[in-house]
Design a protein around this ligand. Structure first.
Ligand SMILES: [Fe+2]
Length: 155
């Protein structure tokens, strides 16, 4: 539930969650773009890895949007609004496989920073549900960054 005792911080959490939602929507589609368009000797590995990532982010999109709704606010509900609010750049080009992995890592780090900021606000507001949700997403991002960097280092 929303923390009525501090509406200002609660509004900040809601706006942070909506920014994360925008990032997640754009990032998810970018992952699927990479899933479709990756080429090269690592095709099968990366094709599957990008699918596993976009599947996970499909779940995160739903969880973050529903958290906004549970806090009695409106989640961003159109692609146009998500594009207005996101900090993630869409992929317009045709990067090679290592560049795709580099861009995914960079986007994950951008999103991770926002996740940390919303967690801080959630902690100061006593919003444990938001903190718990974002802790899980943050942990998963850290693991993915490690694995993608390990792959990149060895390729
Ligand atoms: Fe597919």
């Amino acid at each position: 539930m929303s923390n009525a005792s501090n509406p200002e911080i609660d509004a900040k959490i809601i706006s942070g969650l909506n920014s994360l939602l925008a990032d997640a929507v754009v990032f998810r589609y970018k992952l699927q773009n990479y899933h479709w368009n990756v080429r090269g000797r690592q095709f099968f590995e990366l094709h599957a890895q990008f699918e596993s990532l976009y599947t996970a982010w499909t779940g995160h999109i739903d969880d973050v949007a529903e958290r906004v709704r549970a806090k009695e606010a409106a989640p961003l509900a159109t692609l146009a609004r998500c594009l207005e609010h996101t900090r993630i750049a869409e992929e317009e080009g045709t990067p090679h496989d290592k560049q795709m992995v580099e861009r995914v890592v960079a986007d994950l780090l951008t999103i991770h920073k926002s996740v940390r900021d919303v967690i801080e606000d959630g902690e100061s507001a006593g919003d444990r549900t938001t903190v718990n949700l974002l802790d899980g997403i943050g942990d998963e991002i850290e693991k993915n960054v490690w694995m993608l960097r390990a792959w990149h280092h060895g390729s």
